[in-house]
Write a protein that binds this ligand. Structure first.
Ligand code: SAM
Length: 278
């Protein structure tokens, strides 16, 4: 590909996404990119973050709908690493960085066309935003990915990821393949257990196709001190999202879901990882 176009039309994005869905269903996992409402919901914790020095990881960027929203929250001194396994999305992601004028705004961005399993063991982030299609993966892989993300969060950091609402139940009701039904149910159990063990908030996004829910999971810890130029915090305390007028389930997190649970641990089967720098 030549120099990245500064903007790429939404139509081109839908076309590319659909073609990748057909060619790489397992990793792409959706027929179309996420909508703007889901991008806002999944990046909501970033809006509360202190300015300067933030390290953000995006995983599974596709055509960059979330990338654009993330970059809208970043400023000078912040850094974004993007891991996208499918290099077909490269021109779109390059265009996202160009249109956001990241160099001029002093935001350090790196695009990695590789699996997130190759993340350097020492890498640490304040925010991790994942677009991975968890429903397509084996339950053990989902468990490891979620544990991997938590292990790369700085204390006080937030992991944000999404799931489509009702899709798992609908598929379980409709599919004939018993093994596939068992796999999907097991993925649902892994995600439910992960949320049960970790402090989290949810934002439902009915105006996405399909409707979705963004999960924001905190790594327990003291929050980063606020930057003098802008109040705020890196962790997402209960009630903040609601206070900003976005939809959260009535009643908030379930009882006992206190901020402060221990992060999960990573096990080995995600494959080799980059060595720790000396
Ligand atoms: C459901 S799409 C989401 C794309 C985009 N975030 C959005 O919401 O429109 C999932 C994306 O994850 C990428 N992906 C799947 N497995 C990955 C992995 N192990 N590491 C990095 N990216 C991966 C796919 O190539 C695809 O672009």
């Amino acid at each position: 590909m030549g120099a990245p176009a500064r903007t790429a039309s939404a139509w081109q994005g839908y076309r590319l996404f659909y073609s990748q869905f057909r060619q790489h269903f397992h990793t792409t996992g959706a027929i179309a990119p996420s909508g703007a409402a889901l991008a806002r919901a999944i990046t909501a914790p970033l809006a509360l973050a202190p300015a300067g020095g933030l390290r953000v990881l995006e995983v599974g960027a596709g055509t960059g709908v979330f990338t654009r929203a993330i970059l809208g929250h970043l400023g000078p001194g912040d850094a974004l690493d993007v891991y996208e396994i499918n290099p077909a999305f490269r021109p779109f992601l390059q265009a996202r960085l160009a249109e956001a004028e990241v160099e001029q705004r002093g935001i350090a961005c790196r695009l990695h066309f590789a699996s997130v399993a190759e993340l350097a063991a020492s890498a640490e982030f304040d925010f991790i935003v994942s677009g991975l299609p968890l429903n397509n993966f084996a339950p053990a892989q989902v468990e490891e990915l979620l544990a991997l993300f938590l292990s790369h969060l700085r204390p006080g950091g937030v992991l944000s990821y999404f799931e489509y609402l009702y899709i798992r139940d609908l598929k379980c009701a409709l599919i004939q393949d018993a093994a596939e039904r068992t796999r999907l149910r097991a993925v649902g159990a892994v995600v439910a257990e992960f949320l049960r063990q970790n402090p989290h908030q949810q934002i439902r996004v009915p105006w996405n196709l399909p409707p979705a829910v963004a999960h924001h999971v905190s790594r327990a810890s003291p929050p980063r001190p606020p930057h003098p130029s802008r109040g705020g915090r890196a962790a997402l305390p209960a009630g903040e999202i609601g206070a900003k007028g976005r939809e959260i389930p009535k009643g908030g997190p379930p009882p006992g879901d206190e901020f402060g649970a221990a992060p999960a641990r990573r096990s080995a089967s995600l494959g080799p990882r980059a060595p720790k720098p000396a």
